[in-house]
Design a protein around this ligand. Sequence first.
Ligand code: ACM
Length: 643
Amino acid sequence: MEAMPLPRRVHPGAGRLPMVEGGWEWTGTSTPRLARAAHRLRDQVAGVAGAGRGCHVSISCGVSAEFPALGDDDSYRLAIDRREARVEAPQEWGVLRAFATLTQLVQADADGPCLPVLTVDDAPRFPWRGLMIDTARHFVRTETLLRTLDAMALFKLNVLHLHLSDDQAFRFASRAFPELADAKRHYSAAELRALVHEAADRGIRVVPELDVPGHVASWLAVHPEWGLGEAVTAPATRFGPHSCCLDPDNPSAVQAAQALFGELAEVFPDRFVHFGGDEVQLPGGDETGELQAAFNAPVVARLGELGRTPVAWDEAIHPDLPRDVVIQSWRGTSARARALAAGFDTVHSAGYYLDLSYPADLHYLSDPQHGPDPDLLADPRLAHVRPGLDMLQHVWRSDPAAAPTAPDSGRVLGAEACMWTELVTDDLLPLRVWSRMPAIAERLWSDAAVRDVDGMYRRLAAGHARLASTGIVDLDAVTTRGLERLGLSAADRAELAPLLDALEPVKWYARLLGPAAMARRSAGEAEDAAARPYDTTTELNRVIDLLPPESLAARRLARETDVGKLRETAAGWRRQRRCIERLGATVPAIAELDGVSTVLRDLAEVLDRFLDGEPADVPDDAFEPRGEYVLAVAGALAARFAA
Ligand code: ACM
């Protein structure tokens, strides 16, 4: 298999290094961190190589500091010959990256498990390769975060950004303000310290965020005296921005924020601390830029006193904001351009929103540094949300400050994918993240010129298989567990599989907003928050929740030329009706699939006609979403017919 992210240079050789019983032997540089990494490596490759089967690994590297830091050297050379695997790296971090490559290279052929003979010379394109996880909308257990670190390490990601507070909950157990933390679901300082150490063991920095001065309903529920705007009596259950914020003219509010950032700095050793700054709103849509700048100034000053570099979402850009703040650009490439022109170093996130259910290639072809991004408005897979996309792009680009006026003086440090969790539970998180995240990891590590989409999808599928074989996370198992909870037997699931494989969730914010709020948003009208179908109390246990955001089966179908396989596909599309007809009357979660199921059965007829050499067309209505479901195979079939 090829490693993902694709390494900078691979010099293929001839032959194989066998992984033999009792064969693990480690020589050269030895540190406690590398010993733990070697242990993980042995465990993770056991699924492919067999328990205890290994090879000789020699290591030569410098010893790294206790915690990784921005700009550390991740480069490495991995040379595998018929006798041993040799790792050379300036620092321990590079050895960890080499181990990730090694883990992906282990294969089992007819002669048993082995590594291919080759030499890899590798180094990342960007020093900041991150994943942001929103722990506020739905809590994410520390065990899940630990598994996330393992998966991040496998794909050479090196920043975990924890969004620790929002309107719905405050997850950081503070000493000074213990009343802020969600009573049941929060992280203690000890848990977070342990997480930071586990992350450092994998060469991953942890950047904490408390979001101020907006997105603070959970703070104001406890301390209403700190706030401006809408009265708050309880942490929010509804999603979307709230019209309240911390009051910059209230010394208690400002001092509380300063104290909380001081506590964060005690727990998180990283140089960077995120103070949020997005979507500050007040009733009546009042302009909040100056208010926000007034609140940010003392927070930024305090972080400076603590020796930390503040990070903020792009709304925080203001003439008074010190230029050593790092801006995280999320409102399109225009926000990035504005941040760079104003002289801010930037971490780019527009293009990498995992909550939008976009296919991997759209993220992959979005570059942290260079435009243009994929044209979302022209993509047929997003046709059902085009008015909303169009509206938002228009709003962002028409921001009077959007057009940069100065030549770029800031630097792109890298990028972060964002996993907002309005519609994601702890159980679903691995599926939502890792379905597409390896593609983003490759974008951030590999050379800018690595842009072959078919190659990426090949490596992505192999990456998913490797996540499962290493025991880190099995994406299929997330769906299977959910279907079992709905009462589906193994036979039911097998019969239903061709339907589930054909489906995707609607894109962009269509699920989160629902049809009524979507229509208003697309028309540029003020949103009626009550019209949204989901809040924090909604159970996420329907089939729509269990689907991977992208149907890889649909992608394969568009390229399938084997007539036998296509006949079998059509047969499966017919067979799934039996499961719907059998369970629809008793299982509501299955009944709601009746519409898409019927259309898929009809597509089976269309496919068979095509295979019989008769005229065949995908009917227009097969492309229309039904509720929250899209039949991804409709577009794939049309592409197959056109090929
Ligand atoms: C954001 O998505 N509100 C940063």
